[in-house]
Design a protein around this ligand. Sequence first.
Ligand SMILES: Cc1cc2nc3c(=O)[nH]c(=O)nc-3n(C[C@H](O)[C@H](O)[C@H](O)COP(=O)(O)O)c2cc1C
Length: 221
Amino acid sequence: MMTADPSADPSAATSIETHIVAHPHVLYVGTPAYLIASTNSDGTPNLAAASSHWALGDMLCLGLEAAGQTAQNIADRPGITVNFPSAPLWPALVRLSHLTGRHPVPADKSKRYRFEKDKFGAAQLTPQASELVDAPRVQECALQFEATVRRMTPGLDGGYFMVEAQVLRVHADPALVPEGTGEIDPRVWHPLIYAFRHFFDRGPEAGWLDSSRWAPPPVID
Ligand SMILES: Cc1cc2nc3c(=O)[nH]c(=O)nc-3n(C[C@H](O)[C@H](O)[C@H](O)COP(=O)(O)O)c2cc1C
């Protein structure tokens, strides 16, 4: 690995090339996967596997394709649950990976997807009643968010929405919440990581911020 010359101009970019140009067919570098539940027009639940998201404060921004049943549902019925599986649940996401709750299946999805009304059953997962929204939670997921969609912004190519959802309530497996804290213990929580179409458990702890509720004294300058 190249190290920086401390006497060099700090604004100058190095011209030494250390990387090669890659052409990955997807840009999924590794984020927690999630299961989003929404409500169909007849009141039954839909469930979909997804990974595109970020969180700031109590807002989640989800990247959801426009052709899916989930996007249709949440445009009309904004109550959703966002459920985070741990690594052992990865086969459930594979079971969902060729299913859509949309009927008829849109032409551009028809090669890879088939309609399934009972996504929970197909995924071998258990719907659990929510407290604040109609969409059920996924009982097997250790971390479950109830949320309401506040805005759906069409993406540039029309193929996806940026969905801003406000988290209303967080439900956690008690094993994740040290007694009396209400916080999630990051050392106990193991999200399922989705990277370049493979699933991983997270690795060992590498570090922390001093703003963490669990932070020991800093070890770096
Ligand atoms: C691991 C995984 C991650 C996925 N990530 C997303 C995603 O971030 N956004 C999305 O819209 N679809 C994603 N999909 C595809 C949807 O699950 C798929 O389009 C599904 O048919 C949607 O279901 P629905 O039509 O019933 O809503 C992902 C699928 C898998 C298996």
